[in-house]
Design a protein around this ligand. Structure first.
Ligand code: ZN
Length: 320
């Protein structure tokens, strides 16, 4: 248990729920430090905080600067891509993202461009033409700063695949996070040798989801929570494989040492690991955690691969 080592690659710490605000109502004090304490004591040792707009990316960077184990992304989520044009000057908006990314890299904090991609489930926020235009534009950002991409793909596998294949050689690697696609979508993504698949509670809801998961090679996988969203609920197919539970309270009865019912948080990435292990029939969960850790370091922390490699060597695994 103690040797599990995990990185949660998707945490929305800029979300109001981590400020104690639910549907506009303050239910408890902001509590990221308490959430982090639980994460570190569960075997999580790094977290990537998601930025989904220029402003949110600034906030994500400020949060990442509060702890040596926190990192972040800079980019614009598909549902927010109208902000390029609403800014009045898309090119200036792009330059602002670029300089924020450079600043964050200098500080050792920005490890990916994103979250960006395509979301055709939520077209009411942004039309597909605008989504496509600025998804592609953000490859330019990743290329300019030589960072991998943190990607979002929802109900858009075809266009996503087309844009990715046109641009894949401009970037080091990418991860399609919060994967909820079909077996065909999975196979399409796996054809790109520099693309990884991020699994969270939303990827583990149904029996079909679990079938899709079974054929994702562990070497191409990362785990995440997408907190405060995508928790594994008791009605989800994956729940039967969950072993670790934390005491939880309703938000109205908040206690600092408990998780909040309905709010996902990074310590729960361990449940994702447990479902992946159970579903794929992996007996050695330690080894699984190390392989996933190594994948994540290779993409997001290439300058710091030694610690991940040591962990693998200690367990007798081959290092590529
Ligand atoms: Zn997403």
């Amino acid at each position: 248990m103690a040797s599990l080592r995990m990185i949660d690659i998707a945490v929305n710490f800029t979300d109001n729920m981590f400020k104690g605000i639910y549907n506009g109502r303050q239910c408890h004090a902001a509590d990221i430090p308490a959430v982090l304490t639980r994460a570190w004591s569960s075997g999580v040792d790094r977290i990537i905080v998601t930025g989904g707009s220029l402003e949110e990316s600034k906030e994500a960077l400020a949060i990442a600067e509060t702890d040596g184990r926190l990192f972040c992304t800079v980019g614009v989520h598909p549902t927010r891509c109208k902000e390029f044009e609403e800014s009045g000057d898309p090119e200036r908006h792009f330059q602002a993202l670029l300089s924020l990314a450079k600043e964050g890299i200098e500080k050792g904090k920005v490890v990916a461009i994103g979250e960006c991609g395509l979301d055709y489930d939520r077209l009411h926020f942004c039309q597909p033409e605008i989504q496509k235009k600025y998804f592609e534009k953000q490859f330019e950002l990743a290329e300019a700063v030589k960072l991998p991409m943190f990607l979002h793909m929802r109900a858009a596998a075809e266009d996503f695949g087309e844009i990715f294949s046109r641009n894949k050689n401009r970037i080091i690697a990418g991860v399609a996070h919060s994967f909820t696609g079909s077996a065909a979508d999975r196979d399409k993504l796996l054809l790109f040798d520099n693309l990884f698949i991020g699994i969270n509670g939303c990827s583990l809801k149904t029996a079909e989801n679990l079938d899709v998961l079974k054929a994702i090679p562990i070497e191409r996988m990362m785990i995440e929570t997408d907190s405060p969203y995508c928790e594994i609920k008791s009605t989800h197919a994956g729940i039967n494989f969950v072993k670790s539970m934390w005491p939880s309270k309703k938000k109205e009865k908040y206690e600092q040492d408990c998780t909040v019912k309905g709010r996902n948080e990074p310590c729960l990435v361990r449940q994702v690991l447990e479902v992946v292990a159970g579903c794929k029939g992996v007996a050695d969960i330690d080894q699984l955690s190390k392989t996933l850790y190594h994948n994540t370091c290779r993409v997001f922390f290439p300058h710091d691969l030694d610690s991940a490699a040591d962990a693998l060597l200690a367990s007798g695994h081959d290092i590529q």
